[in-house]
Design a protein around this ligand. Sequence first.
Ligand code: HEC
Length: 193
Amino acid sequence: MRRRGVMASAAVLLALAFWGVYPSQRGAGPPARFGFGRPATVDEMNAWDIAVRPDGKGLPPGRGTARDGVSLYASHCASCHGPTGREGPFDRLVGREPRQGFPFGRDPALTRTIGNYWPYATTLYDYLNRAMPLDRPGSLGPDQVYSLVAFLLWRNDIIADSAVMDARTLSRVVMPARDRFVVDDRRGGPELR
Ligand code: HEC
């Protein structure tokens, strides 16, 4: 009984302490302002604005060929993706099998690569530019990224090793899996506001 009384007193004291420390929040929601931070500058927003869309919008100036990409791939990528892009230990990047059909939905064990699964070549630029190499993302310049994109497309038998990849030519590359996906044209997001 005595113990219960002590517990009750402690609870009352705690409630009073909270009431004293946070008087302004009594009954109110979160504050309208937290009083720290500042608006981002245009330069800061531009530095984050690196998205490249499937139609090629956002691709920067620059150019490269698969031949330029050979040594870049060997020094920056082969340790994780294998000397030819087929060995791993991480994701396989090269391979057109199975060339017939698109059985990935039925058999998740099949290996998805740039050559047999990616619907757009443009988003390969986006991905390499923002995420690779895994241990130093964002460290490659536009010419290096174009060269590596060209190299991977060439290794997947999609372009010739002499083909120059830039904002215009990359947007025109048609990937083998281009028509294997449905366009998500659902509405109901921010465009309605
Ligand atoms: C330190 C290891 C490492 C290095 C170096 C590295 N990668 Fe990767 N890469 C990965 C891992 C791990 C993934 C899977 C990431 C995930 O699924 O989130 C990946 C994923 C990828 C993918 C996506 C594969 C797919 O089909 O989904 C591409 C393309 C790729 N890397 C290209 C490159 C290129 C080009 C380079 C060199 C500039 C590079 N990577 C360097 C580890 C690495």
